[in-house]
Ligand binder design. Structure first.
Ligand SMILES: NC(=O)c1ccc[n+]([C@@H]2O[C@H](COP(=O)([O-])OP(=O)(O)OC[C@H]3O[C@@H](n4cnc5c(N)ncnc54)[C@H](O)[C@@H]3O)[C@@H](O)[C@H]2O)c1
Length: 349
């Protein structure tokens, strides 16, 4: 079978990761790059693929069977609508769109055209997350009671340029917390209520730099998320899981702690903590590691995208899933702005 031709729209930080990763995925090949920044042309030339300054010209040239959109958040909806109208399956970087209303429009376009969108919450494709999900579903932890999720890291000053400092476009809620919410929804199911506080006291930008949120889930269980991109800390998935060693270190500590009625699980180390008998805080727990075979989440995500584009699989993370995650982000923002608990149901588009 001929390689699936994959174009990448947006050749910035994550677009370049996808471009590099495509070279390691069987049955798929980079076929074109589109980016308004002329600097991206050198990358296309180096890879021997056509370059387009305008995504519309790339679509018109019919050089792709499916497309990765790795452009800034405000470009996700317009690009997604154009690509779906042209019948091209999309791997849309997260967040699915910049707002709830835009997300609803994209979901409607998927339904109208029947063309699939896979949202780039790549962690779901990581064998660590697959092992955790399998253990939770097999009942090894019992009923999930709490999750403590930390996303504590520092981004250097040059990162805060252009779209990343625009309210409604940047900020760690959209850039980082979306991944955490996606995982919590993956493990616990839909979120019911949110209470949150946000702050921009460290960077004094129009976007938040720190957030603390409490989530309750429709099926039971409570989670807390501590998010900052302005404090030194090793407790974040990005800097512990070793997913992108070209960009980030992999500190030997944890970022997530899940506790259930039978056992506890930390991530990314996959430590399973159990009492030898019935749970009892006076008895020392035993720690084992859940088995898994390490693998590259970005490779697995692109391989899955290939299957989605060929019509062999449903998206593991659809546009509707992405919208569900965005709804929780909006609930966090609203809770912080209005200093009240927000029901996710009241925001449903
Ligand atoms: N899944 C992940 O691990 C991950 C990591 C980082 C970023 N992201 C997401 O990927 C997207 C891009 O983030 P980034 O950090 O790579 O940004 P970036 O600013 O580094 O790169 C964006 C690129 O898109 C180009 N661009 C701007 N407007 C465009 C348009 N209309 N059409 C085509 N290209 C356009 C820019 O010139 C730039 O080269 C964001 O949505 C971000 O949230 C995901």
């Amino acid at each position: 079978m001929a390689d699936l031709r994959i174009a990448v729209i947006g050749a910035g930080i994550i677009g370049r990761t996808h471009i590099e990763t495509l070279g390691r995925v069987e049955g798929m090949a980079l076929s074109a790059i589109a980016d308004p920044d002329p600097a991206a042309k050198a990358l296309a030339d180096a890879r021997g693929v056509p370059f387009f300054a305008e995504a519309a010209d790339l679509i018109a040239a019919r050089v792709a069977d499916a497309v990765v959109v790795a452009a800034p958040n405000d470009a996700h909806l317009p690009l997604g609508l154009e690509l779906l109208a042209a019948g091209l399956p999309v791997l849309m970087e997260k967040p699915v769109t910049a707002s709830l209303a835009e997300g609803a429009e994209l979901v409607a376009a998927v339904e109208r055209t029947g063309v699939p969108v896979l949202v780039g919450h790549h962690r779901r494709h990581n064998p660590i997350i697959k092992a955790a999900k399998a253990a939770i579903e097999a009942g090894e932890i019992g009923e999930l009671v709490t999750a403590t999720v930390m996303s504590v890291l520092t981004k250097p000053a040059p990162y805060f340029a252009a779209w990343r400092v625009v309210a409604g476009q940047g900020g760690p809620l959209l850039i980082n917390t979306t991944h955490e919410i996606d995982l919590l929804r993956h493990f616990f199911g839909p979120v019911a209520q949110v209470t949150a506080v946000t702050s921009n006291a460290q960077r004094d930008l129009p976007v938040e730099d720190t957030a603390a949120a409490i989530l309750s889930f429709e099926r039971g269980g409570l989670a807390t998320i501590t998010q900052t991109d302005a404090a030194a800390g090793p407790w974040a998935w990005d800097v512990t899981a070793g997913e992108n060693l070209a960009r980030f270190p992999a500190h030997d500590t944890i970022a997530h702690a899940y506790a259930g009625t039978k056992a506890a699980l930390s991530l990314p180390d996959l430590s399973l903590w159990r009492h030898p008998g019935p749970p009892d805080w006076t008895v020392e727990m035993r720690r084992t590691a859940l088995p898994h075979t390490p693998g590259d989440a970005y490779v697995a995500q692109l391989a899955h995208f290939g299957a989605v584009a060929r019509g062999e699989a449903e998206p593991l993370n659809s546009a509707a899933d992405g919208l569900g995650t965005m709804t929780v982000v909006e609930a966090i923002r609203r809770s912080a702005a209005e200093a009240r608990q927000v029901s996710v149901a009241e925001l449903a588009p």
